[in-house]
Design a protein around this ligand. Structure first.
Ligand code: GLU
Length: 393
């Protein structure tokens, strides 16, 4: 079997967390929201969930502006920002109602999650969004994410859902992003203007040559264009997440991809895959403080893959807020790892040495049992360092 097919089947077999991004051009047509398409996709997603019991799926759905435009009867894509935002306010409801109805027949609950760039740029909000998504996934609910178009201002915009889906992949530790669009994938030149254009099946590295293949021009309904998808793929690769740009309107595209059919363009580095959050932590320039742990907590983190509970914390060094990245030290002062705290330093000072059941009676509320959840923690040496340039590619 050629290497590429091996990579594909391996990727899908290993995939435990999947982000499916669906573009406006796939979800909407001349008469507004394309409900047939939404049903087709939800049928496939329901089947995947049924088949792969431990596969967690998150959808990033565009289409709010485009369906709002049709619903209001505006005729064409609005030009001004307030018009786009007003159209999104109408369309987002239509969009969610359609997804909800489509998944309802499978008894799958969906949840609307609207985010702005600021939500993911600040650590405590990032962590909060992450905890919410984790809870939804734990409950078997399917999150359907979009940018909060109605309120977002230019400075805090993701720009488009291609970028948003790359960030979500990091946020939930996805293995793969499937970006469904209205073309087959990435071509060596723009197929809309050059009929000799050829599809590129596999990209290992997003360099200038690959970027040069992608047009920045979006279609008449979408926002991103191919360049934005390729730049999102680059971000994914930098955090070890694979991405496929694939034909969203192709029948059974998701099922066929999971069967290993070589549809679309696969972006995949040969490096081992790491959790985006863990990469971020492993490369933090400066932690906000230290937690000194007892031997039991060190063993739980180092050898048993457990979270850090308040009972194992001996000393808190530094002043920091919720979501701060802190170093965990063993009794000799050696670094065990780095993690994001669920409590601020003054609270940890009060709950350290206590059992998790006592948290609420000590500080008046309980965010969670753990001071640091394992998903937000990286052990020393777990991830080889990557260069600054790669992190921010
Ligand atoms: N958030 C926009 C919408 O739902 C789409 C952005 C994009 O197409 O990338 O209409």
């Amino acid at each position: 079997m050629p290497q590429e097919s091996l990579d594909r089947s391996d990727l899908f077999q290993r995939c435990r967390r999947l982000v499916i991004k669906v573009g406006s051009a796939v979800l909407t047509g001349p008469r507004g929201l394309n409900r047939v398409m939404i049903h087709r996709l939800s049928d496939q997603i329901a089947e995947l969930r049924e088949r792969e019991k431990d596969l967690k799926i998150v959808i990033v759905s565009s289409g709010a502006v485009a369906s709002g435009v049709r619903k209001i009867g505006l005729g064409e894509k609005p030009r001004t920002i307030p018009q786009k935002q007003a159209a999104a306010a109408v369309g987002q409801g239509v969009l969610m109602e359609a997804w909800e109805e489509a998944f309802d027949k499978y008894g799958i609950l969906v949840a609307q999650v609207l985010l702005t760039g600021e939500d993911l740029a600040q650590r405590h909000r990032y962590l909060n969004a992450r905890n919410t998504l984790e809870t939804l996934l734990d409950w078997g609910i399917l999150p359907i994410i979009n940018e909060n178009d109605t309120v977002v201002v230019e400075e805090i915009k993701f720009g488009d859902n291609d970028q948003l889906s790359a960030m979500i992949a990091g946020l939930i530790g996805a293995d793969l992003v499937v970006n469904l669009t209205d073309t087959e994938g990435l071509y060596d030149c723009d197929p809309r203007t050059d009929p000799a254009a050829r599809l590129i099946p596999l990209v290992r590295r997003v360099d200038a040559r690959v970027l040069g293949c992608a047009t920045p021009l979006a279609g008449s309904v979408g926002t991103g264009g191919m360049l934005s998808k390729v730049s999102a793929a680059r971000k994914c690769l930098a955090s070890g997440v694979a991405m496929i740009i694939g034909p969203g309107r192709e029948r059974d595209v998701l099922l066929r991809l999971f069967q290993g059919e070589p549809l679309g363009t696969l972006f995949m580095s040969q490096r081992r895959q790491y959790h985006g959050m863990k990469l971020w932590l492993a490369n933090l320039p400066k932690p906000a403080g230290d937690l000194e742990l007892d031997d039991g907590a060190v063993a739980a983190l180092r050898r048993r893959g457990k979270s850090l509970l308040p009972i194992g914390v001996r000393k808190v060094v530094g002043t920091f807020g919720v979501g701060a990245a802190v170093r965990c030290l063993d009794e000799k002062g050696d670094t065990v790892g780095v993690g994001l705290t669920n409590y601020k330093s003054s609270e940890i000072e009060l709950i350290r040495g206590h059992r998790s059941e006592e948290i609420e009676s000590i500080i008046g509320y309980k965010h969670s049992d753990e001071v640091i959840h394992r998903n937000n923690f990286v052990l020393m040496g777990e991830i080889p360092e990557i260069s600054e340039g790669e992190m921010h590619a």
